[in-house]
Each structure stands twice: as C-alpha cells, then as structure tokens.
Write a protein that binds this ligand. Structure first.
Ligand SMILES: [Zn+2]
Ligand SMILES: [Zn+2]
Length: 347
C-alpha cells in the first residue's frame, strides 16, 4: 500500500509499505477519508521526532505514516475479533489511541490517559494517510449512516476535540463563549457552540478564517486587537462566561484567561508551549476555573457524531480542500498557510 510520511522540516513523501495484516484482537480499516488536523502541522514543520517529544510522546526513529483522523470501512479481522465486534464492510471511525486495554482509563474509553504507555496513530505509529490502517478492534467507533466519511474524519479529532472541550466546560445555552483561533478545532467550537445556543465571539488573526467563523454562527468575529477594544462593550463590562484557547499560543492563552468574567471558565485545548498567569489578579480575584481538555473518549467520539447528526450540522462545509494521497505535499503546503478551512485526503 501507499502512505504519506512526515520527514520533518516541511517534507512529506508518499512511500510504499507492505499491506498490514491484522494480528490477534486487531482489524484493518480500508481508508475512505483521512483528515488534516492543526496538530499535524507540528509534525510537518519540525525536525523528525521533535514535535512528538514536545507533546510528551516517545518518538520512533523510523518515519511513520501521518494522519490521526482516520475514517473508512472494516476490511479484515484478526484472530479473536468477532463478526459482531467488527463486521466486514462496517463504516467506522477510529478512536486513534491504544493503551493497555485493561486499566481503569482504557476500560472507560479514555485509553489516551493510560499510564502503561500509549500508541497514538498518526503521531507515534502509522496513521490514516494510507490506503490501510491496522488498529485494535476496540478502538473502532461506528460511523452513523447519516454522516459521510469526510465528516467522520472531522469528528475523529478536530470537531470531536471541540465537542469534548465544550462538554468539559459545562457549556450551556445562553452563555457567551469566546473561541481563540479558528483553525479546524476552533471553527468546530464556533459551529457547535452556536448550535448549543451559545453566543460565540470568534477571535482569530486571519481574515479568511474570520469570515468562515461568521458563516459558522459566530455573532462576532474579531482580530485579537479588535476583541481587546470591544470586549467590555460586548459583555457589559463583565467579561465572557466561557473562553477556549485552541491556538496554544501564550498570547491567546492569557487573553482567554483575562477576558473571562468572575466565576468564568477557561479551557486550554491548543497543544504545546506555555503561558504565564499572574495568579492573584488573573485567577483568585475572579474565582476563575481553568481546565485543560485533551480530545475525547471513544464514547465521547460516538456522542459527538450523534450530536452532529441530530442537530443536522453539515460538517462537510468546514472542508475547504479535498485531496488525493498523491497530492499530499501540496495539501500540506496549503494547510501550512493557516488561512483556509480544513483539508482532507480522500481515497
Ligand atoms: Zn490502560
Ligand atoms: Zn488532532
């Protein structure tokens, strides 16, 4: 089979690999759509292995196939996997992490929190930018019939991550939510937040992405500078109920902390980097809640898919670019500009 590997320093190459055969407990997914997530840019841009290290993962010496938003159909089952568990031809997403499979975190579907060491498909092991992907059968999440493979890919990280963060923030309708960054995760938070009945203020430096945010339900879409000037007026001087940072940039993180009102909640979703918080004025004097949110559980992924179906959200719209595997170099060059909507590789 053919698969795209990140070689580091903005080099990506399609290479030949042997077709995977499923071992005990494993299945092979025939890929139909493999999404491009904002965090893929870390692997694309940095020297080989550096991004993994900065995210706290081990880095293998061998280049592996990228893509952690895989969506396709079950193509083969290994020994011990029942027909009921993974029917051939079933439309599936993948919860793209594998842990030990038996600890308390793994058993409730939060395998990425496993303390025994985890595999992240597309990050520390072969991922979805290939014709086939071998994963444990227990990582499969059925794709509702109403969703396309492309939409399933979005739910598999970017949109699912936004959904998981909103749920963790106890977001309720009627609240004012500021979303920093309008990349694939941020634009999903805008879209889902608006659907949940929140008043969304999207904050983003790129003009095209600000326009997208408006289309996806943001009441206001502002540059960071404009937001600083207008935030008082927009919130009657109180600040926002909820703020989410999807950028990982220090400036956006501290802006999220400072724009939240007394008793407000701030959620950090963007990966890497750091932030300096002046604890007394920024947190204590405001009774502020600051939380981190890392993607979602396998059940949360299924729930996000259900939410998209039940609320008739057209997730296809967040994709501005569709590519074939052979175009992967161009696909990441375009994505690297961070000015477009989401990209996906279709098979
Ligand atoms: Zn475990
Ligand atoms: Zn991701």
């Amino acid at each position: 089979m053919r698969g795209a590997v990140f070689l580091g320093n903005r080099n990506i190459e399609v290479r030949n690999f042997p077709d995977p055969t499923p071992g005990p407990g494993e299945v092979v997914i025939e890929m139909k759509a493999s999404g491009m997530c904002g965090s893929d840019l870390k692997f694309y841009r940095s020297p080989p292995g550096e991004a993994q290290k900065s995210l706290g993962f081990s880095a293998d010496a061998d280049p592996f196939i990228g893509g952690h938003e895989p969506c396709g159909v079950v193509a083969a089952r290994g020994p011990g996997v029942s027909e009921k568990e993974a029917p051939i031809g079933q439309r599936v997403m993948d919860h793209h992490y594998a842990g030990c499979g038996v600890c308390k975190h793994c058993r409730v579907g939060w395998s990425q929190l496993c303390k025994a060491g985890i595999t992240v498909y597309g990050v520390t092991a072969h991922g979805g930018h290939a014709q086939y992907l071998k994963v444990p059968a227990r990582t499969l999440v059925p794709l509702p019939d109403e969703l396309s493979f492309v939409e399933g890919a979005a739910v598999s990280c970017g949109t699912g991550t936004a959904y998981g963060a909103l749920r963790r923030m106890n977001a309720v309708g009627g609240s004012t939510l500021a979303v920093f960054g309008q990349g694939p995760v941020g634009i999903s938070a805008t879209l889902l937040g608006a659907k949940m009945g929140m008043r969304v203020i999207a904050v983003e430096t790129n003009k095209d992405r600000l326009n997208l945010a408006k289309q996806f339900g943001a009441e206001h879409a502002l540059t960071p500078e404009a937001f600083e000037q207008q935030k008082k007026d927009l919130t009657r001087g109180e600040g926002v109920d909820l703020a989410m940072d999807t950028t990982g940039a220090s400036a956006a993180r501290i802006a999220a902390v400072r724009c939240a009102k007394t008793w407000g909640t701030v959620c950090f979703v963007g990966e890497g980097g750091d932030v300096t918080i002046n604890v007394s004025p920024d947190m204590l004097r405001k009774q502020l809640t600051i939380i981190g949110s890392w993607t979602f559980s396998a059940m949360g992924q299924a729930e996000c898919a259900r939410f998209v179906v039940d609320n008739r959200i057209d997730l296809e719209k967040i994709f501005s670019h569709r590519w074939k595997l052979d175009q992967v170099d161009e696909a990441y060059r375009v994505f690297d500009q961070q000015s477009s909507g989401k990209g996906v590789i279709e098979f």
